[in-house]
Write a protein that binds this ligand. Structure first.
Ligand code: IPD
Length: 277
């Protein structure tokens, strides 16, 4: 057929929606909360349950495929992108929101072959919105085609970022100083919504003009990158160079001009790489 990954996309959509139903049900229930790399890096039983559900269903259907998933990585699994077909999964993006019942929580499923991102599926669990992007075939929210904004000038921009898990004084100083630089450059506003994937979906939808972050992971980026590129946007490294999925940093924007301007302005916050444990 024309699209060798058609069945994979369909299965990903089914699983994201099924996982979303489970998360929606657990949303208002009592949760046991555990920490990972820092006091602000949270995980719940739902994260584990949903990841196992998605990964075991995919393994059964596609036994030769590889997997990179947030909670398996936290438990010590290697996080390397080979040339094999690879699923890159965040079972609950916005775990802190989930814990607090702040209704911005997503399931993110990305898929890469030969180290190239092929498609992405992100499901907004509480609003029941499905974002999809397929390389060469556009990006959608439910049935609506997505298109990024064409804003090139920071003084007309609404910017999104996320805080990242580190809270040491040096990290906080750089984080706040990056915000200060963009506000001094007259950005209209900066929003922190607590889910990297849904922030990136807002960018793809044209509801914001740029996104930048240090300290996110390949499972926050994989699906969203396809969706943004297929909506006409750019996803690059914070240095201004090409995106490195494993580098734990990103700038995404509707236009190359906007992305390049932000790359010029912000200072690097050092996080490790996903592929170095
Ligand atoms: C995190 C959230 C958070 C962002 C982190 C992500 P998680 O994902 O998107 O807003 O700051 O960098 O890793 O842990 O909720 O899946």
């Amino acid at each position: 057929g024309d699209d060798p990954w058609k069945e994979c996309v369909e299965v990903a959509v089914q699983l994201a929606v099924r996982a979303g139903q489970i998360i929606r049900k657990a949303f208002t229930e009592e949760k046991r909360v555990f920490t990972k790399t820092s006091a602000a890096d949270l995980v719940t039983e739902t994260d584990h349950f949903v990841e196992n559900l998605i990964v075991s269903a995919l393994k059964e259907k596609f036994p030769s495929h590889r997997f990179i998933a947030e909670e398996a990585t936290a438990a010590g699994s290697k996080c390397v992108l080979s040339t094999s077909p690879t699923w890159i999964i965040d079972p609950v993006d916005g775990t802190c929101n989930f814990v607090h019942r702040f209704p911005t929580v997503a399931v993110s499923i990305g898929f890469a072959v030969n180290q190239e991102l092929e498609f992405g599926v992100i499901y907004h669990c509480t609003e029941e919105r499905l974002y999809t992007g397929r390389r060469g075939q556009g990006a959608y929210c439910n049935d609506k085609r997505l298109q990024v904004s064409k804003v090139t000038d920071i003084s007309k921009a609404l910017i999104l970022t996320e805080i990242g898990p580190k809270r040491d004084p040096e990290t906080l100083k750089l984080f706040l100083s990056n915000m200060e630089r963009l506000l001094k450059a007259q950005a209209h506003g900066i929003r922190v919504i607590g889910s990297a994937t849904l922030a990136l979906c807002h960018l793809a939808s044209g509801a914001a003009d740029a996104y930048y972050q240090f300290g996110l992971h390949c499972w926050d980026l994989a699906a969203a990158t396809v969706i943004i590129r297929e909506a006409g946007g750019v996803v690059i490294d914070t240095s201004g160079g090409p995106l490195d999925l494993m580098s734990c940093r990103v700038i995404a924007a509707g236009t190359q001009e906007m992305a390049a301007f932000i790359a010029q302005q912000i200072q690097t916050i050092h996080y490790g790489r996903d592929d170095e444990s």
